[in-house]
Design a protein around this ligand. Structure first.
Ligand SMILES: [Zn+2]
Length: 460
């Protein structure tokens, strides 16, 4: 009989290990923050567990890894989903975000962290404003996170005018703040929090700033995080300014390396993708935002080059199940092949694949002895999931993030009955409710078409 702290049973266990088995009647034994056993249920009397969580009617899988996100960006929910190309994103979001205060970002991050947890996300990779506030909330919430300060040397609010004037002092200040954040938070919260240097995008940082940021990341021994080939506008700007694609450009300024997370790769040439492959840089693929913007990355060409790829939510929407389904739908429509992406692959990309993108695959992403105990339980006893036959299609096509009832990170229950155990979700939502009228007014003043809607569809 072996002493363990926590024993989690599963009607169906999805360990996301080699061969992608599904184990009916499985269990996971946890000692402190690590898994000591994950497999078929052992005979009675094998464990003396301080606590046992019953697995009847539950699927158990690794927590989702979200390898590119902006937790506090939920302020823009419904505001940049439509009219995004040159209006909502540039006219509304970029002009609004510069006037959002620290306390507001803190509150948004708190609700965002609660949303990540209740969606079954156990690890995030965030690049945004006020990283210290997010780090404090992450520490409190029990989430695992990599966090970066958003570094850029343009005025984002001027991009709508095509104005790419550089403000070197602003870039330097943001980079110094990012370095100070790394020095304070890398390895904090018992190792749950690590830090990156977060250069915002290929076109919003000058080559000088990118080079300096690269040097600082290397000096500090941390990775980097950047949006790359996100839009046609960015790609056209880089082509006009530097005569090449955005990934060739990042290679030429010396930034690409294995420790770089590249979000999007939506508008790329073969030469761009070859540059990524040759560098070993890693790719965060965000399946929910791309269809909304009308352009899906060449995922089949990215995977053919064996570029390390993981799934992510990007901003505003945090449902990994929706993301996996969007990827399946998009790839099948793109290629005309009904087997273009499998449910096993989709779930792998949101767990092991994303962990690999963050260089955390030796610690998280699958349920194996020696790994961190980061796992979630999905309640199968729901009409939209029954009859549940096991397998990957049952989970990936039919489950919703609201079916996640329990999350465990570092061996600790951080979500129980679908609610964060360490965050005051009700208090944060009440505080947010008190801000909505103010935000609605600001968004409306910036011309948001989504505040009150465009009017009657037939008479305008
Ligand atoms: Zn993003």
């Amino acid at each position: 009989m072996q002493d363990v702290d926590l024993l989690v049973r599963a009607e169906f266990l999805y360990p996301i290990t080699d061969g992608m088995p599904v184990i009916p009647g499985g269990e996971i034994a946890i000692l402190k923050d690590r898994i000591v056993y994950a497999g078929p249920e052992k005979p009675a009397g094998s464990w003396r567990a301080t606590r046992t969580i019953d697995g009847a009617g539950k699927a158990v899988l690794p927590g989702f890894v979200n390898c590119h996100c902006h937790t506090a960006s939920i302020i823009f929910r419904s505001q940049t989903d439509d009219h995004a190309a040159k209006s909502a994103l540039f006219d509304v979001a970029f002009r609004m975000e510069k006037d959002v205060g620290e306390a507001e970002w803190q509150l948004l991050g708190e609700v965002g962290c609660a949303d990540m947890l209740r969606a079954g996300i156990t690890t995030i990779n965030d690049i945004w404003y006020s990283p210290q506030h997010l780090a404090e909330t992450v520490e409190r919430s029990g989430l695992r996170a990599q966090i970066a300060n958003k570094v850029f040397d343009v005025h984002l609010e001027e991009l709508r005018l095509g104005d790419y004037t550089r403000y070197p002092a602003q870039g330097e200040k943001r980079l110094r703040d990012g370095v100070a954040f790394v020095e304070q938070w890398h390895g904090a919260a018992g190792g749950r929090i690590s830090a990156r240097i977060g250069t915002h995008a290929t076109d919003t940082c000058s080559p000088e700033l990118l080079r300096e940021a690269r040097a600082e990341a290397t000096r500090l021994g941390v990775g980097m995080h950047i949006h790359a080939a996100q839009s046609l506008g960015e790609t056209e700007h880089i082509l006009a300014a530097h005569g090449c694609g955005p990934l060739e450009y990042l290679r030429d300024v010396g930034m690409l390396a294995e420790d770089v997370v590249l979000a999007h790769l939506s508008v790329t040439t073969d030469a761009d993708l070859d540059a990524v492959r040759d560098s070993g840089a890693r790719y965060a693929h965000c399946p929910t935002i791309y269809p909304r913007r009308g352009r899906y990355p060449r995922l089949e060409d990215i995977l053919a080059r064996q570029i390390a790829t993981g799934f992510a939510t990007d901003w505003m929407m945090n449902d990994p199940f929706e993301g996996m389904r969007n990827a399946l739908n998009a790839m099948r429509l793109r290629t005309g092949d009904p087997n273009a992406l499998s449910c096993e692959q989709a779930l792998w990309f949101h767990t092991m694949g994303a962990a690999r993108v963050l260089a955390l695959d030796s610690e998280i992403g699958s349920l194996e002895p020696g790994k961190k105990a980061d796992l979630i339980m999905v309640d199968l006893d729901r009409p939209h999931l029954q009859p549940y036959y096991g397998g990957y299609s049952a989970l990936v096509y039919y489950a919703k993030s609201s079916d996640v009832v329990t999350s465990i990170i570092d061996g600790e229950v951080v979500l129980a009955d679908g609610r964060p155990t360490r965050l005051d979700q009700a208090g944060a939502l009440a505080a947010m409710a008190g801000r909505v009228a103010n935000w609605r007014g600001k968004l409306g003043a910036l011309g948001s078409k989504a505040v009150f809607g465009p009017g009657c569809p037939c008479c305008g």
